[in-house]
Design a protein around this ligand. Structure first.
Ligand code: HEC
Length: 156
């Protein structure tokens, strides 16, 4: 029979895990959104536009984008290594090139991806600095821009 101590520990672990899960899906706080918006204005706005609508057929929208919805890792990797076409977003095919976004910290990336995930009608996850660092480490050997074909192969 499991000891009481074990049961208490097990229930504590469950509580902490549930709390972490809840925190992840919760809406981002106002400070994060404010910082994310500032990074967006500095590094994304010229192409993806103030409303996230992009400039079809040259710059794709982030508003309602299936790539934003698919995984936060995609935006993080685009920022780090860039992305090259073709990519279809909301029924329009783009064949462009997003250059890597330089002069951003992992915290800036976390804030801007959280901002994009939760702006322009999007409703997505809060991304932490630690998650950005982990994604960058995982793909540290990557030197060329990502492609939609690669992202498509990945599970949601
Ligand atoms: C110089 C223009 C430019 C800048 C700056 C830029 N992008 Fe992009 N972005 C593009 C282009 C062009 C594509 C499509 C590339 C392709 O054809 O594969 C793209 C694709 C994307 C995609 C996937 C497609 C979509 O519409 O969802 C995401 C996500 C994205 N960008 C996020 C960002 C974020 C976040 C920033 C700022 C941190 C940023 N981009 C900065 C030009 C830009």
């Amino acid at each position: 029979m499991p000891s009481l101590k074990f049961l208490a520990l097990a229930s504590l672990v469950t509580t902490v895990a549930v709390a972490a899960e809840t925190a992840k899906s919760a809406a981002p706080d106002a400070d994060t959104m404010k910082r994310g918006q500032a990074v967006y204005s500095r590094t994304c706005i010229a192409c993806h536009q103030p409303t996230g609508a992009g400039l079809p057929p040259v710059f794709p929208p982030l508003a309602g984008s299936e790539w934003i919805a698919k995984s936060a890792s995609i935006a993080v990797r685009n920022i780090t290594n860039g992305m090259m076409g073709p990519v279809t977003v909301k029924g329009v095919t783009y064949n462009g090139m997003m250059p890597p976004v330089t002069a951003v910290t992992d915290k800036d990336i976390a804030d801007v991806v959280t901002y994009v995930n939760n702006s322009f009608g999007n409703s997505g996850s809060v991304v932490t600095e630690a998650e950005v660092t982990a994604i960058k480490n995982k793909y540290a050997d990557r030197k060329t821009p990502w492609t939609a074909a690669e992202y498509e192969k990945e599970a949601k």
